[in-house]
Ligand binder design. Structure first.
Ligand code: SF4
Length: 63
């Protein structure tokens, strides 16, 4: 499973970062960056929550 970000949709509100700070952060332009991939079930759940809270639908978790 992999988390992917469409940075063109991101508005930098950091809701996803709060859910998965080990996987996502904001860059200097306040746009999301994927910094890690889920390595276990707990991290995968964080990735799913991060995608779910994004109001811009900018994140996808893919198999
Ligand atoms: S929740 Fe969505 S819009 Fe907000 S920072 Fe994350 S990817 Fe960007």
């Amino acid at each position: 499973m992999k988390i992917e970000a469409d940075r063109s949709l991101c508005d930098g509100n950091a809701l996803c970062v709060a859910e998965a700070p080990d996987l996502l952060e904001l860059d200097e332009n306040e746009m999301v960056v994927v910094i890690g991939q889920p390595a276990d079930e707990a991290a995968l759940e964080r990735a799913r929550r991060a995608a779910a809270v994004c109001p811009k639908a900018a994140l996808r978790v893919r198999s």
